[in-house]
Structure formats: C-alpha cells, structure tokens
Write a protein that binds this ligand. Sequence first.
Ligand SMILES: CC(C)(COP(=O)(O)OP(=O)(O)OC[C@H]1O[C@@H](n2cnc3c(N)ncnc32)[C@H](O)[C@@H]1OP(=O)(O)O)[C@@H](O)C(=O)NCCC(=O)NCCS
Length: 348
Amino acid sequence: MRYRVPLASPMSQSVSDSQSLPRPVRIAGTGSYVPEHVMTNHDLEKMVETSDEWITTRTGIRERRIAKEGEFTSHIASEAARKALEMAGITGSDVDLLIVATITPDTLTPATACYVQQHIGATHAVAFDISAACSGFLYAMEIARHAIGAGVYQNALIIGAEKLSAFVNWKDRNTCVLFGDGAGAAVLTPSTNGCGRILSTTLGTDGSQVELLNIPGGGSACPASPCGAPEQSATLAMQGREVFKHAVNAMRAAANRAVELAGLSITEIDLLIPHQANLRIIDAILERIDLDREKVFINLDKYGNTSAAAVAIALDEANRKGLIQPGNYVLLVAFGAGLTWAGAVVEW
Ligand SMILES: CC(C)(COP(=O)(O)OP(=O)(O)OC[C@H]1O[C@@H](n2cnc3c(N)ncnc32)[C@H](O)[C@@H]1OP(=O)(O)O)[C@@H](O)C(=O)NCCC(=O)NCCS
C-alpha cells in the first residue's frame, strides 16, 4: 500500500500577477541539455504491459532521455547552464543569483544549486533551489526578474533540471511512460538597450489538490530511512485523468491572463511554448484559445515530460532553431504538482 499524503485544508487557490517592471528584465541567453541515452516506447514494451501505439496516441511521446549512472540533476543542470552562459556572453563568475527549479534534487540538502555553483564556477552567486514541479522554471523566472528589477542583482541564472528517472516507479505503466530527464537554463539581465523584456507573469497555486500528483516518500512525512518506507513511496504517484483536467483549465487561464497583463491579444502571440506533458493536453488548450497550431512549439515526442525542465528546454530549442526573433512575443505556460501553474509573456 502506498503512503498517502494527508489533505491539509479545503480549497486554497491563490494567484499572483505582475507586469513589466520599471527596470525591465530580458532573457540574454538560453541553453539546454538532455542525457545521451534514448529510451523508446518499444524499450518500455519490454518493461511493462504497454505499447508504442498506446503511448503515442494517448500522450504523443515517442521517446525520452535517461541519465546514466553517476549523472545527477546537478550535472544535467550544469550542462544546460554552460550553454546559456555562453549565449549570454558571460561566465559563471559573472552570475550573482543562481536558482535551480527541481523536484529531483541530488540531495535533500544542500540544494542542487550549490552543486551547480561548484560545477560552473559561479563563485559570486547566491544559490538556492525552488520546488514548484513543472511550473518551477517560470516560478524561478518570476523570482529572478523581481530580484534584478529591484536593482539588487545583475545576472541571474535560472535552471529547470530533473532526473525523473530516479523517482519513477518503473513497474507502474500509468506513470513510467510519461517522464524523462533533462535541463534547460536561461540568463536574465537588465534590459538596458530597450531590446527584449519580460512583459508579464502570472503564478497560481492550489494546495487543496496535493494528492493528485506527488512523491509521497522521502520527506519528513515518510522518511526514506530509518523507518524503511516502502520502496515505491519515493516514486511519482498520479491520478492521471484528474491531473489532465486541471492542467487544461489552469494553462488555458494562465495563457489568457499573461497575455492580458502584457496588454496584448492572443492573436499577437508569435510563439506559444507550453509545458510538454501530453499532446492531448496541448490540443485541448488550443481548442479553448484563439491561436494557430503552427504557433505552438512541441518537443515532447523526443523527451516526454521533464517537469521543471520542459518549458526551459523547449524555449532553448525554439530559440536556437531561429523560431524566436527580436520583437517577437513568446507566451510560456506551465502546470504541475502542487497544484501549481504559471504563464509569462516575453518580448524577445
Ligand atoms: C496518464 C494519461 C496519459 C492516461 O490517459 P487516459 O486517456 O486518461 O487513460 P486512462 O487513465 O483513462 O486509462 C485508460 C486505460 O489505459 C490503461 N493504461 C494506463 N497506462 C497505460 C500504458 N502505459 N499502456 C497501456 N495501457 C495503459 C489504464 O490502466 C486504463 O485501463 P482500464 O480502462 O482497463 O482501467 C492521461 O490521463 C494524462 O496525460 N494525464 C495527465 C498526466 C500529466 O500530464 N501529468 C503531469 C502533469 S505536469
């Protein structure tokens, strides 16, 4: 029997909105990294009772990347970070704020950001993690842009990084086919020359739904040791159908709200980068917002759901493919455990 996280309270939904800051902040560089090893749907057919056809039609996922032994979240994060720093034209020692968004840290403490600080030589950076599941990268973006906007920090490095393969129950076909490993990063700096800025963000949390998606074991509620929690309690547990409905509603609302706060209409958005969990979730959102399908960036077929890394990897891939040009409006939306959700509009 699985350990169940007790429900603490009734509905506790809260939303926080913000618009462009007096000291605007831009994305100066992006980077991403995925481990080399590819695990296909056919590989999964040999592990659980599933089929390539089921996974492809229900999710759109064809393959995912799996970190090798000894490759931890901080290593994956650091690879993505190096590429973002290079694009931004700065080095690790120029970074003064380093935030890693992850639900699969190297260790419960210290923060994965502290390992990354060492790996990339970010010796002048204040470094910490945040845990907001698949919305983590956009939560990190919100913290960093306010920190820069307030004039306290100059160069923030934000990273969404996950080694979900270490927290997936490989005997549970309901979840193991969905997730993968990877990292995406971005460098945020003040927008001094008027080119590029984050126009709006909206974040939301509903703690009344903690039970829909969680890793119940390994924390203080059910420590991994010494009480000997059942092995599977430290793996992802999910009520898929319920999560699906919440994901569609929350991301649709976040998309509309972020666009409204940016003073735009949805038809002015040049590229939508949604959380890469399930193609059917993205399709359901598109049915509810007035945006052409060719304006949506999708790479979940290659990587599955990489949680906090998903939006960040997609942003970097779209950027490096030249799909985002100066002056373009990019809409980012995410949804994850918590429940959490987030939206942001960036003028490139
Ligand atoms: C998980 C998800 C793909 C399942 O798709 P679904 O259409 O809702 O499927 P259901 O849960 O209704 O399951 C249908 C059947 O497929 C089975 N099934 C589940 N996983 C399967 C798999 N990998 N292979 C084959 N069959 C599977 C179920 O056991 C069920 O069988 P039953 O009808 O005999 O009970 C979908 O609910 C989903 O994507 N949810 C959101 C997940 C997510 O994005 N989480 C992260 C959010 S950040």
